[in-house]
Design a protein around this ligand. Structure first.
Ligand SMILES: NC(=O)c1ccc[n+]([C@@H]2O[C@H](COP(=O)([O-])OP(=O)(O)OC[C@H]3O[C@@H](n4cnc5c(N)ncnc54)[C@H](O)[C@@H]3O)[C@@H](O)[C@H]2O)c1
Length: 270
């Protein structure tokens, strides 16, 4: 089960997992979901789609019930989420923005975990859950208070599930990506006054000096769901090119940077 499978990171996770699991993909965008289902089919794998809002518990119940018809539910990924920047001191008087953001990111992950656990426990399955958090769950960025609150909640929920259901062999982890090139990030660049400068500033802030490909996040999710991660639970694993390890701006050795053909201020290729 993968939510938010119609685009970006969720889509990459679905494409990666399709080789190993019979998938159920969930997204509010039916058109994108159908395109992902077709792409998986062209690769010779099988996915079913449920169009629905993750904020609505019924969406998760439907997915759980569909999984029970097809086989045994063993893995669940809560990826659907979004953000919109807004200053806290002048937050728009828009209950829709406030409530919908929390409803998708926080409530959607909560109901996803609840229904996955309902299925695992009722069938005594040692299943695994991965929730998609963010570096924003642990670090602050201007105008992202609400998003950061929801992602910190995702990390807290992940710990609770891991501790409460660990005794029954159920594992739960989060993946906290940094900047990942997805339609959502591309739009945030396009909306910036200087899109190229905005992209370069994020690249420069990241020690690995680039933005991740969604497939690099999917690899870690697949690992955490697999038996290879059999002793990993309760973690929120940052997959962010060492971004959150940096103590302020990255200070490059000018000579070493030059010898690699990098700009000694930004660390980007010259
Ligand atoms: N892209 C990044 O840099 C980045 C970094 C850290 C964390 N994340 C997280 O990764 C996840 C995916 O982000 P993305 O960049 O791939 O975004 P995206 O917009 O490309 O994909 C998000 C998908 O979720 C779906 N969705 C949104 N609200 C939904 C709802 N209420 N119900 C069902 N589906 C819904 C959208 O239709 C879309 O298909 C989000 O949780 C986001 O917070 C992204």
């Amino acid at each position: 089960m993968v939510t938010g499978a119609g685009s970006g990171i969720g889509r990459a996770i679905a494409m990666k997992l399709a080789a190993e699991y019979a998938l159920i993909n969930v997204d509010i965008n039916g058109e994108n979901l159908a395109a992902v289902e077709r792409e998986i089919a062209t690769q010779g794998f099988h996915a079913q789609s449920i169009v629905g809002d993750v904020a609505d518990r019924a969406t998760h119940i439907k997915a759980r019930e569909l999984a029970a018809v097809n086989g045994t539910l063993v893995a669940w990924v809560n990826c659907a989420g979004w953000t919109r920047g807004a200053a806290l001191h002048d937050f728009p008087n828009d209950p829709k923005l406030f409530e919908e953001l929390i409803a998708t990111n926080q409530n959607g992950t909560f109901w996803g975990c609840a229904e996955a656990l309902h299925s695992f426990v009722s069938q005594k399955i040692r299943g695994a859950i991965v929730n998609i958090s963010s570096v924003h769950g642990r670090r602050a960025w201007r105008d992202h208070a609400l998003y950061e609150m929801t992602k910190a909640a995702v990390d807290a929920l992940t710990r609770n599930v891991a501790v409460t259901y660990g005794p029954y062999g159920i594992r739960c982890n989060a993946v906290a990506p940094g900047a990942v090139m997805t339609p959502a990030l591309a739009k945030s660049f396009a909306d910036a006054p200087d899109p190229a400068a905005r992209q370069h500033s994020l690249e420069a802030l990241t020690p690995l000096k680039r933005i991740a490909d969604a497939a690099e996040i999917a690899e870690v999710v697949a690992f955490l769901l697999s038996d290879k991660a059999s002793y990993v639970s309760g973690q929120s694993l940052a997959v962010e090119g060492a971004w959150t390890s940096a103590l302020g701006a990255i200070d490059l050795d000018p000579e070493l940077a030059r010898s690699y053909g990098l700009n000694s201020e930004t660390g980007l290729a010259e």
